[in-house]
Design a binder for this molecule. Sequence first.
Ligand SMILES: NC(=O)c1ccc[n+]([C@@H]2O[C@H](COP(=O)([O-])OP(=O)(O)OC[C@H]3O[C@@H](n4cnc5c(N)ncnc54)[C@H](O)[C@@H]3O)[C@@H](O)[C@H]2O)c1
Length: 248
Amino acid sequence: MNRFEDTKVLLTGAGSGIGRATALRLVAEGAAVFAVDLSGEGLARTAAEAAGPGRIATRVADVADEDAVVAAVRAAADESGGIDVLVNVAGVHRTTPIDRLTVDDLHQLFSVNAVGTALFCREALPLLPDGTGVIVNVASSAASHGNPYMTAYAASKGAVLGFSLSLAAEVAHRGIRVVPVSPGSVATPLVGPHVLPPDLDASYYRRIHAPFGTARPEQIAGVIAFAASHDAGHLTGAELRVDGGSHI
Ligand SMILES: NC(=O)c1ccc[n+]([C@@H]2O[C@H](COP(=O)([O-])OP(=O)(O)OC[C@H]3O[C@@H](n4cnc5c(N)ncnc54)[C@H](O)[C@@H]3O)[C@@H](O)[C@H]2O)c1
């Protein structure tokens, strides 16, 4: 499939996990990907693994830094000659019981996950083509279903979900689609302090268990590629929850 031939994609979080798998998938399907991440090392590995017919350019930037986002969007448009598709994958995670939750946790989760996504959308939207422009934002199944000890993370992803659904309504008149994709548990190095209470019982593990197991990042990348492609031309303002049946 060459669904992304002549398609210019701006992708955040491309230095690891789901973002890397998405970059590889889109380049393999012909896209010109402009890949952004905080990790230059991660981006270099992604670029080294990417195999055409598309191509990849990289830029180190902090998605929570407004000036860096403005500059990255401008650089993406200059490098590729425009932006057709924006995919926001960059994110951070925390597992923290409510009594251990700090203001720093809240600020970091919201500034990267929610503010970073919103800034890229705001800056890229004027450049996206009417009729064909697409935004895919990675939220989480925790946003709509909740997970114990993930209150702040789930809230930041709930912000991504609500933002995306609202934006879909706001830009529909331009023919621009906005699709939130919500993974369940995915095998990636998603790092972050992981604090669990000592009295944790088995119901915690039952709740986060998926009948189909933990996803591979490529399985999420496949859904992101679908949502961004013309195959999903009638899809907007609807969450794609990809959680291996965690909530059936
Ligand atoms: N892994 C899971 O189980 C899971 C489940 C649901 C949702 N998600 C979401 O999927 C997305 C990708 O996560 P992943 O699992 O691939 O994790 P990951 O840690 O492998 O990748 C996240 C990437 O985001 C980058 N990043 C973090 N902060 C950044 C910043 N301020 N600016 C720029 N880049 C930054 C990291 O450098 C990293 O390359 C995240 O938004 C995450 O919340 C993951």
